[in-house]
Design a protein around this ligand. Sequence first.
Ligand code: DGL
Length: 270
Amino acid sequence: MTIGIFDSGLGGLSVLKEIVTTLPHYDYVYLGDNARAPYGGRSAERIYEFTRQGVEFLFEKGCAVVILGCNSASADALRRLQQEWLPTTYPDRRILGVIIPAAQEVAQHYADKKIGVIGTRATVESGAYGREMEKSMGGPARIEQVACPLLVPLIEEGWEKTVPAKMIVKKYLRALKSKQISVLVLGCTHYAFVKDIIGRIMGENVVIIDPGVCAARALKIYLEKYPDIESRLEKGGACHIYSTDMSERIRHLAQRFWKAPLSIERVSIE
Ligand code: DGL
């Protein structure tokens, strides 16, 4: 059996990269729902339904555990999938997300600090980061959230280093800077690709949290804790990438995000 990574599109390659770097020996299957991406402006109901189909595909491909690399999917689908769908359909499989590991990291090290979260509209409106941080802290958290819907298309266009893009990033971050946050959670797969730009704008006193890094660390701990799951996993170091759509643009974007050629197989999951 393998480890699955689900994302709305290709941004989740940032999460796959962190996981493969931390745990290079396992076999991985990645699914990007490029035919229906982006998820970030969609309703919770749609995100749930699309994510369920994606996870089902990964389970059918033999994944014992699936990580929702997508923040929007982790925000709007994870809890419902774990509580309502998994126990009756795949009781021996597991689904994890990226929000809980990041929330736990913040709770463990920065519970007394003012925390900023940026993400898609879906992620911010779900309130999932706040909920999970407060659960991990066992009390109220001081959280400021800003939805940054223009950042995903800017990063996908490769415009992140242009002057207008930096102005847009600065405009989104201004509200958080004025609130004097000490920690900023990059609550969207794509923001990992502009971590340096965001870090420079926020200044060296603000700690940047990348949920992909937290999820990789959490997966390692999880597999150590559950040897029954770990022992079922293939250890060949292979990555198989699936996408629900294919085009020159998708191939090119995948290569840019992965920083190496990537072979992608097209599939239908509807
Ligand atoms: N993967 C999404 C996330 O992390 C960003 C792209 C999208 O909106 O689909 O929320």
